[in-house]
Design a protein around this ligand. Structure first.
Ligand SMILES: [Fe+2]
Ligand SMILES: [Fe+2]
Ligand SMILES: [Fe+2]
Length: 324
């Protein structure tokens, strides 16, 4: 695909795939929410997601994208790009909210990038639709952020009080595994983006990420949850199918920026929950570590967001699309 119009169609089909996967997530979520308020947030967003899917499909129809094109792209998207969440089935309210928070930011990124491409292509109706949907994704992300406390309560409810320390070790090992994945992503990213400002942002955050991993490891060691627990964590991470997320290989600077933006929000939610569990467990050192890392993840996410325009340009250049 080389023309700007074809790029709009490509971004629209990506958005359509994302919404189709979101529908699956939204339908399953209330059953694992473990809390009526969390469940109703997902029920509300299911109705919104149905509307998003329909709006995006209408834009594709209006642009005359053929069923064959749609099928081809839908097939391709499972192997690459934005589709990393497809198989994830979180098993606790905490993981559900963490995952969904990250997913909403992936949608945010997708519509943000779509609106920029559609604007360049002069497709004002797609710009309007993308911005309209973006507002609802942002609202859902904000709702989820307001539910972190409830998610921790719901997740811990089934645990006996004596298990709180063990629960905290699990959250710490998850954080450790997520940082390990972040290091892999950030290690590859500069080569994929091939754009100096983006590459610099990734490289800069890699240094911070190494520190994060070390800080989390120190807390695990202090809590005597050493090497064997870390191995368990890696296994559990695979069992949870976060793996699908990390195996995704975004193939353009724009997708990689969107993917990394979602990833930073996975980390933000993970540390928000870790801080709360640590507080409940009375481990002030671990809580302090989470509170120290959180603003750095937020800053990394904001930095990426500020580079979406740069990423859009770099993406078009990589696809050989001339700017208008
Ligand atoms: Fe959506
Ligand atoms: Fe959404
Ligand atoms: Fe990060």
């Amino acid at each position: 695909m080389t023309s700007l119009d074809e790029q709009v169609t490509k971004y629209l089909t990506d958005a359509h795939s994302i919404e189709r996967q979101a529908l699956v997530q939204m339908r399953g979520a209330p059953d694992i929410a473990g809390d009526p308020v969390i469940a109703s947030a997902f029920v509300q967003h299911l109705a919104e997601t149905e509307a998003h899917e329909s709006l995006v499909r209408q834009r594709l129809d209006a642009r005359g994208a053929s069923p064959a094109v749609l099928k081809e792209i839908a097939g391709a998207v499972t192997g690459a790009g934005f589709a990393m969440f497809a198989a994830v089935q979180p098993d606790t309210p905490g993981k559900l909210v963490t995952h969904a928070y990250s997913y909403e930011h992936m949608e945010l990124a997708a519509y943000d990038l779509l609106s920029r491409i559609a604007e360049r292509a002069g497709d004002s109706e797609t710009v309007r639709v993308a911005r309209q949907i973006l507002t609802q994704e942002q609202a859902m992300a904000d709702r989820l952020a307001s539910l972190f406390d409830r998610a921790v309560d719901a997740s811990l409810r089934e645990q006996k009080p004596d298990d709180l320390g063990e629960q905290l070790n699990k959250y710490l090992t998850d954080a450790h595994a997520i940082e390990a994945q972040a290091l892999q992503l950030l290690g590859r990213a500069p080569k994929i983006v091939g754009e100096s400002r983006l590459a610099a942002a990734f490289e800069e955050h890699r240094a911070g990420t190494e520190t994060h991993q070390r800080l989390v490891e120190e807390r695990l060691q202090a809590r005597s949850a050493g090497a064997s627990t870390l191995k368990d964590a890696a296994l559990r991470l695979g069992a949870l199918n976060w793996g699908g997320f990390f195996q995704a290989q975004p193939d353009t600077p724009a997708k990689l920026a969107g993917f990394a933006y979602a990833f930073e929000h996975l980390e933000i939610a993970a540390y928000e929950l870790l801080a709360r569990v640590a507080r409940r467990a009375g481990d002030t050192d671990t809580e302090a570590v989470a509170q120290r890392i959180l603003p750095e993840e937020r800053a990394a996410a904001e930095k990426l967001h500020s580079l979406f325009e740069v990423a859009t340009e770099a993406g078009l250049e990589a696809q050989g699309v001339a700017a208008r």
